[in-house]
Design a protein around this ligand. Structure first.
Ligand code: SF4
Length: 71
């Protein structure tokens, strides 16, 4: 996926330090919001693209990690 396409698809979460990237077995990335762990105002898996968010904090998301579990 081209970087510009990812920007359009993900929005603010792409550059937020609270984002946690979860990579599926099919190499699809899902963005989990770390703020949702202790603040109910945030969705665990925000609807993307995220165009406006009060919790946005510029930075690098956690690196992708594989979703655990069995098939
Ligand atoms: S705080 Fe907002 S911008 Fe940051 S990861 Fe959560 S939903 Fe995305």
């Amino acid at each position: 996926m081209r970087p510009a396409d990812r920007e359009d698809r993900v929005g603010l979460c792409l550059h937020c330090r609270h984002a946690r990237v979860v990579r599926s077995r099919t190499d699809q990335d899902y963005y989990r919001c770390g703020r949702s762990d202790d603040d109910g105002r945030y969705s665990k898996y925000p609807r993307l693209p995220m165009l406006s968010c009060d919790g946005y904090d510029p930075g690098e998301p956690d690196r992708p990690h594989r979703r655990s579990g069995r098939r």
